[in-house]
Design a protein around this ligand. Structure first.
Ligand code: GLP
Length: 308
């Protein structure tokens, strides 16, 4: 199939029912097919006009997965980016009866040495932002315990719990300015498992407002490892705002490197990145991403404006 994206002729091939850009003007169709094969899988990027539409689309994806599989194993993330998504999920629960009663929750990370009642704790935050407002049952909520006396043992317990439920179906992710996912800071092994990790100065700075000043930011956190995250069946990374534009481009289009742990998602067979225009501003394949979203059969259901 040859098609035009903004006036440029591009070869587009279908691979396992999904559309893929596979060549550039001048490249023959055989060569395109070969490139499609080599490039697969790719990170799929969806550009949305505003942070609100990022949140709405992400919430619709979570809701759809939850309806298809009521005992979904859902990996939650923290951070300002997630707030809109969680608000939208609460709205879907209240107004459309979205049911979380069988949903199993796993949280990505937690500060070390911070108790559950401490407003800095992610456990506290995730309850306030989402879990207290939907009908998740407490026995289905799993979070790493940053107060555990033996952190290594706690990390092993957490990994074992994820395995016991059969792995994470849908993992939500934000991205830190240093390129972290969870608290997998630069130089994290791309095969790392859940462990305690020291935060970089950039992350401490980024999370200062959350904790009431840099001096109150805990210096260590338990985080699912990059390898743990890569085992989730579907990774959904959200980013909004121009301060994320550079790191999003490096994660999605840059080289695979432990200096940008989020770039490991390029190895994932199913990773979807949803960004607003500001966070997607530095992507070079923006037009291709737009074209894909408009034509990909998989997204047919959410191109219907009435959903939003
Ligand atoms: C924290 C979390 C990360 C998250 C990041 C982004 O550091 N550990 O999982 O991706 O915040 O935060 P924000 O969405 O506020 O930019």
């Amino acid at each position: 199939m040859v098609t035009a994206v903004h006036g440029k002729k591009l070869h587009v091939v279908k691979w396992r029912g999904r559309i893929r850009l596979a060549g550039w003007p001048g490249m023959g169709p055989l060569c395109s097919r070969f490139v499609a094969f080599v490039l697969l899988p790719i990170v799929e990027v969806i550009l949305q006009p505003t942070p609100e539409s990022v949140a709405r689309l992400a919430a619709r994806i979570v809701a759809r997965e939850l309806k298809a599989r009521p005992d979904l194993v859902l990996g939650l993330a923290t951070g300002r980016t997630m707030e809109g998504l969680y608000r939208e999920l609460i709205r879907l629960h209240r107004q459309e009866g979205l049911d979380f009663s069988r949903c199993r929750i796993f949280s990505l990370d937690e500060y070390v040495g911070v108790s559950a009642n401490d407003p800095r704790s992610f456990r506290h935050w995730i309850h306030e932002q989402l879990l207290c407002h939907v009908n998740v049952t407490s026995e289905n909520i799993h979070l790493p315990d940053g107060m555990a006396p033996d952190l290594e043992e706690e990390c092993r317990r957490y990994e074992a719990k994820i395995r016991e439920v059969g792995g994470i179906d849908l993992q939500l992710l934000g991205i830190g300015r240093a390129g972290h996912i969870g608290f997998n800071e630069p130089l994290s092994s791309l095969r790392s498992r859940t462990r305690a990790k020291a935060l970089t100065p950039v992350t401490v700075q980024q999370n200062a407002a959350w904790c009431g000043g840099e001096e109150h930011v805990p210096r260590r956190a338990i985080t699912m490892g990059v390898g743990t995250i890569l085992e989730a069946r579907w990774c959904l990374l959200l980013a909004v705002g121009m301060e994320k534009a550079e790191i999003v481009a490096r994660a999605v289009e840059g080289p695979l490197t432990s200096m940008v742990p989020a770039s490991a998602l390029q190895l994932h067979p199913r990773c979807t990145v949803i960004v607003d225009e500001a966070a997607g501003a530095r992507l070079t394949l923006k037009e291709y991403c737009r074209w894909l979203f408009e034509h990909e059969p998989e997204w047919e259901w959410c191109r219907n404006a009435s959903l939003f």
